[in-house]
Design a protein around this ligand. Structure first.
Ligand code: 4AD
Ligand code: MG
Length: 465
């Protein structure tokens, strides 16, 4: 008989029909005469209840059907008498695919800590919480493609291996096939990368932006969506060494267009989650974060604040003068820490903030320089609980100004000639941003640690599974 997935079975009303359900046992309880098996197949957060006549199957047969076992059940779909479910299955045949010895199967009880579950990330998909998170992750990925496709952006694939450092922060993982024990050396005694696989030193990308700009200045509007790598040694609940970034880039867009796009994009995604992930959000709202759904609804309904950096610093300095304590100092020119960002968003404004016009010293070389000579048209979108969820900017399209900045920062020209060609030939105003998928997911799921919104987190000292 053809299998019915549980999400579909739970919606059926053709009681009396024969159905086949397959899944993993969440719990088995009951009495001498009857067993109730809660079965889940990952299609939904909800289990389906299997009602088993113990005598019909025999205790010896039923004994190994414990938490974690995988079974196939054929039986009648019936209206449920019990609370909390509309339908259940009266088992007629059960096939056991795999047992899970209760002595060793790690997912016995409910309420394991997130830390413990990280150590068994290979089994996390079988828990309610991670089932919900991964379904939402899927939904957000689909919605991202849908948003851009509907708005005339082309999905553009940028390389994961590159020789340039887009953000200029030097946080790159090197890619090499050289013998690390005995690398070739040149006359100066330095490692001779001309003998490396690509004939030069190369790394995993920290951003697809530079290549994205090449595409936007031909295709008009593009986006990238792929893995990004940063060797920043920051063990925080918001940083990963491998994360997924979405980077739209738009020709002829100015700062206003950029902010409109950032706000519209996030609101679309949050609304998508509210419309399409309701059951999973309700579960997370109950189990993980009681304020979750309300926060999501608020974000969709409110206008984001637009705040020049200089004004943000003034607000923070005022708070400090009134006795508000921060761990890191606040002054014009400082790179805002997450505590500062969250103060502005959560305490001062009570809604998301798009901060603009940052000091050029704390931002990347490619950002468009303002006439004041001090600030650049960078935008960070700051969110409650998270801090920075998006980083973007208008790009400096003027060849001379961009060159001057590249020289000031001693960025090696040999890596940049192709990027500069966009400014040399048919340059145009353009802008774009990057959003970390996992930062978005922290917000949408209410999970507290970024390691719990990606299936297999890569962080310092951790590359298991
Ligand atoms: O602000 P960032 O560094 O900006 C860029 O990389 C630009 N090239 C983007 C662009 O304009 N096309 O990173 C963008 C976003 C951040 O706002 C954050 O959401 C996420 O990427 N991000 C990280 N997420 C998880 N772990 C990390 N280590 C992250 N670093 C950045
Ligand atoms: Mg940033």
């Amino acid at each position: 008989m053809k299998r019915t997935v549980i999400i579909d079975a739970l919606k059926r009303t053709d009681f009396g029909a024969d159905v086949n359900i397959k899944g993993w046992v969440r719990t088995r309880r009951g009495n001498k005469n009857v067993s109730f098996i809660a079965l889940n197949d990952g299609s939904t957060i909800h289990n389906i209840q299997i009602v088993v006549d113990n005598e019909k199957f025999g205790d010896d047969f039923l004994k190994p059907i414990t938490t974690g076992a995988c079974i196939s059940v054929t039986g009648k779909l019936v209206e449920s008498m019990g609370k909390g479910q509309a339908v259940e299955i009266q088992a007629e045949q059960i096939e056991i695919y795999g047992t899970a010895d209760p002595e060793t199967y790690p997912l016995q009880k409910k309420g394991h800590s997130m830390e413990f579950l990280r150590e068994i990330a290979h089994l996390r998909p079988r828990t309610n919480t991670f089932g919900a998170v991964y379904r939402i992750r899927h939904n957000m990925s689909i919605a991202i493609h849908k948003y851009f496709h509907e708005h005339g952006f082309y999905y553009f694939h940028t390389p994961l291996i590159t020789a340039s450092d887009c953000e200029g922060a030097g946080q790159m993982f090197q890619v090499t096939t050289l013998d690390l024990k005995n690398p070739p050396r040149n006359e100066a005694g330095d490692i001779d990368y001309t003998q490396d696989f690509f004939g030069k030193q190369s790394n995993l990308t920290v951003s697809g932006q530079l290549e994205g700009e090449l595409a936007a200045t031909g295709l008009g509007a593009i986006y990238t969506f792929g893995p990004t790598f940063r060797a920043e040694n920051s063990n925080t609940p918001r940083h990963l060494a491998e994360f997924w970034m979405i980077e739209p880039e738009v020709a002829f867009a100015d700062l206003e267009d950029l902010m409109v796009l950032e706000e519209d994009f996030i609101k679309y995604l949050v609304q998508w989650a509210l419309d399409n992930c309701r059951d999973d959000l309700e579960f997370l709202n109950n189990m993980v974060d009681k304020g979750l759904i309300e926060r999501l609804q608020q974000v969709v309904a409110t206008d984001f604040v637009r705040l020049p950096y200089t004004e943000g610093i003034r607000i923070l300095e005022e708070a400090v003068s009134k006795g508000r304590k921060f761990e890191f100092p606040v002054y014009w020119g400082c790179d805002l820490a997450s505590e500062h960002e969250r103060y502005l968003v959560e305490e001062h404004f009570g809604r998301p903030v798009i901060m603009i016009d940052y000091p050029k010293e704390i931002k990347a070389f490619y950002m468009k320089q303002n006439a004041d000579g001090k600030t650049v048209q960078g935008t960070d979108v700051l969110f409650p609980q998270i801090g920075e969820i998006i980083g973007g900017s208008v790009r400096e399209e003027n060849y001379d100004k961009l060159m001057a900045r590249i020289e000031e920062l001693h960025i090696p020209m040999k890596d940049m000639w192709w990027y500069l060609d966009t400014r040399r030939y048919g340059t145009c105003p353009h802008a774009g941003f990057g959003m970390g998928l996992e930062r978005l997911l922290l917000f949408v799921t209410g999970m507290a640690n970024i390691r719990d919104v990606i299936p297999f987190p890569r962080t310092p000292n951790n590359a298991d599974f």
